[in-house]
Design a binder for this molecule. Structure first.
Ligand code: NDP
Ligand code: 13P
Length: 310
């Protein structure tokens, strides 16, 4: 694909879709930012698009696909997914759903430590674009790369997507950790134990372990779990301050995917008999079954064991 002046249609004009539209426009590509509330119709904005980028939250993925399936889409169009969530019914990632809906097109995932307010400010950041189609991933890499946005490529889309998705659960736990003032040691312990938990789930689904040590895994875990800019972190922090989940969701600006992901992740873990202690405590906390302090106590009081195990 010639890299000059591509037409990029972004579906979902929430904070992430908007931040991505600025990256595209700064690189002098033609960006069409669309949401279900736009006056333009979807058919006109996808016409001749080189890339259809989905930046809707997980609950918007299936409705968006249904709208697009009735329209004519060239097989040359690259689908790019920036959603970080899991489908509650099938437990599939967003890109897996896009792939099965449009099997004849190339699919790429974009995921990394990319808190949108910092991207909006044009602060330096890095991300990963991942696909089984190397050419498509490299085309997306060129479209988004700039002096302030460094884009890497890998060929493990599932691992890339799951890193960004699973860390949202850990970000809730991390917000609790900071809100209860548990200290730097506790935070280091939490994040270090969170990564193997994410890897256990990811590799059981076919993702590569090494991907979780990259930007979309460890990188996004560090960013999201250490920043009050993260909505998922805010959920945990506010729970630690005694707010109810209902109050938090009402006050929260934007989507915290980790709330839904925790439930789906626990379902996966129970079905596949995977050990996910942090996720389990986050789940019970979100359900109102335990207090934040009880979640901490439950994690600390578990049976002793070796640090590394299969
Ligand atoms: N914000 C960030 O820093 C980052 C976010 N992400 C991921 O990107 C995704 C979007 O996040 P973000 O932009 O922050 O969230 P927002 O809550 O700001 O925006 C959500 C978007 O999804 C759309 N949407 C929600 N439900 C539906 C539906 N049923 N049908 C169609 N569209 C729907 C919304 O449309 P409408 O406005 O009409 O409601 C809106 O455009 C999430 O999966 C998030 O994890 C990834 C990286 C960074
Ligand atoms: O994924 C993100 C940063 O990489 C955004 O995190 P939140 O959805 O928690 O705000």
């Amino acid at each position: 694909m010639n890299q000059k002046n591509k037409i990029i249609t972004i579906i979902g004009s929430g904070v992430w879709g908007t931040a991505l539209s600025k990256l595209v426009s700064r690189n002098h590509h033609h960006c069409r930012l669309w949401s279900r509330r736009s006056l333009e119709n979807l058919e006109s904005v996808i016409h001749d698009a080189d890339v259809i980028l989905s930046a809707v939250s997980m609950q918007g993925v299936r409705p968006t696909i249904e709208d697009l399936q009735s329209l004519e889409i060239s097989q040359k169009t690259i689908f790019l997914s920036a959603t970080k969530g899991l489908d509650p019914i099938t437990t599939l990632t967003a890109s897996q759903i896009w792939q099965s809906a449009f099997p004849n097109c190339s699919h790429v995932v974009l995921s990394g430590p990319n808190l949108s307010p910092e991207i909006e400010q044009n602060l330096p950041a890095a991300t990963v674009v991942s696909s089984h189609d190397t050419q498509a991933a490299e085309a997306i890499q060129l479209i988004f790369s700039s002096d302030t946005f460094r884009v890497y490529v890998n060929s493990d889309p599932l691992g890339t997507e799951l890193g960004g998705t699973l860390k949202n659960v850990m970000a809730i736990a991390s917000g609790v950790c900071d809100g209860l003032n548990l200290g730097t040691n506790a935070k280091a312990a939490l994040l270090t134990r969170a990564l193997p938990e994410m890897i256990r789930v990811g590799t059981s689904r076919g993702a590569k372990q090494e991907t979780f040590f990259g930007l979309s895994g460890l990188g996004d875990l560090l960013a999201t779990c250490n920043s009050p800019l993260s909505r998922n972190y805010q959920v945990g922090y506010r729970l630690s301050q005694g707010q109810t989940l209902e109050q938090i969701i009402t006050a929260l600006k934007g989507t915290a995917e980790g709330i839904n992901t925790t439930e789906v992740l626990l379902k996966i873990a129970q079905k596949q008999d995977l050990y996910v202690p942090i996720t389990y405590q986050v789940y019970r906390l979100l359900k109102g079954e335990i207090t934040p302090q009880e979640a901490v106590n439950n994690l600390m009081k578990r049976d002793l064991k070796a640090e590394f195990y299969e």
